[in-house]
Ligand binder design. Structure first.
Ligand SMILES: Nc1ncnc2c1ncn2[C@@H]1O[C@H](COP(=O)(O)OP(=O)(O)OP(=O)(O)O)[C@@H](O)[C@H]1O
Length: 274
């Protein structure tokens, strides 16, 4: 029987900034339909990994294949066109634009016409494409329950709502793979619960595969199918949430727990769950 290839296949990625080894030989796979979380202490290399996938950073070595196509060497825009969307740790909205316009921007990769040819399209009455995009954007607005702020200027919204609009903009691309960098950061409990529900729905109902960085362990353990842990740029564990949580190396490195049995447990666990 032939095995289905992973949607995302990351092999031996290393990335340095001068003397700083942000990532060292990191490999993992994400299957279509998974919610895969990357966790680890501050500076562990999580965002660097996401940046290598989205094309913001070019790794020094390694391979990243999406649907078996090599991404290394492709520009971020080309990766968007292939179906990879992302949100950022620090909000990246156009603060002076409305929510609706911000989300429309997210669809520009799907527009056949660009800003210049757009007016020509318009003149020739070819508005169909624009109307179709508008209808899709309205679906996303409904799904993320932001209809009441669709005309608001993004910069005037609360942090939690801006995070939701940023998610809407990434979703507008209708990516097959969505990369979320700390989607719950700075949110209160209710906002986090809402965001978790949106992510689950995007995955289950919209069929998006999710790679997520998140510091809130409760959320990570609740909604992830699998979790990978980075520490000082190296992968120290990967597996089901419960397995990862119980891993002594993870407790030591990530949760700050230390116990005398860590070394012994480590030895017993060589060949970590991949
Ligand atoms: N553009 C850059 N220039 C120089 N060093 C960088 C750059 N980006 C990341 N680094 C360094 O690479 C290492 C990994 O950083 P990264 O932001 O990927 O970690 P992180 O796990 O996402 O951290 P956090 O949880 O704090 O966001 C850190 O030492 C960081 O200072």
């Amino acid at each position: 029987m032939t095995e289905t290839p992973p949607l995302l296949n990351v092999s031996d990625i290393s990335l340095s900034f001068g003397g700083v080894h942000a990532l060292t030989d990191v490999s993992f796979q994400v299957a279509k339909g998974e919610i895969f979380s990357i966790i680890g202490p501050n500076g562990a290399g999580k965002t660097s990994m996401l940046n290598c996938i989205s094309g913001r950073y070019q790794p020094n070595k390694g391979s990243i294949r999406f649907r078996e196509k090599e991404l290394i060497g492709l520009r971020p825009n080309d990766r968007c066109t292939l179906g990879i969307g992302r949100t950022f740790q620090n909000l990246a909205l156009f603060a002076h634009m409305t929510v609706l316009d911000n989300i429309m921007v997210g669809r520009h990769h799907l527009l056949k016409n660009n800003f210049l040819t757009g007016s020509v399209y318009w003149l020739f009455g070819a508005r169909k494409e624009e109307l179709r995009h508008r209808a899709e954007v309205e679906d996303i607005i409904d799904f993320l329950e932001i209809a009441h702020i669709r005309k608001s200027i993004a910069g005037t919204l609360s942090y939690g709502l801006r995070k939701r609009v940023e998610l809407a903009r990434a979703v507008a691309l209708r990516p097959d793979l969505i990369l979320l960098d700390e989607p719950m950061a700075g949110m209160n409990l209710e906002e986090k619960e809402d965001m978790a529900r949106y992510i689950i729905d995007l995955n289950e109902e919209w069929g998006m595969t999710v790679v997520m960085i998140e510091h809130d362990m409760g959320v990570v353990m609740d909604i992830s199918h699998r979790v990978m842990v980075l520490d000082f740029g190296k992968k120290i564990a990967a597996g089901l949430p419960d397995e990862v949580l119980a891993n002594p190396r993870v407790k030591k490195a990530y949760l700050g727990e230390d116990d005398d049995e860590t070394a012994a447990d480590d030895a017993a666990r060589t060949g970590e769950v991949a």
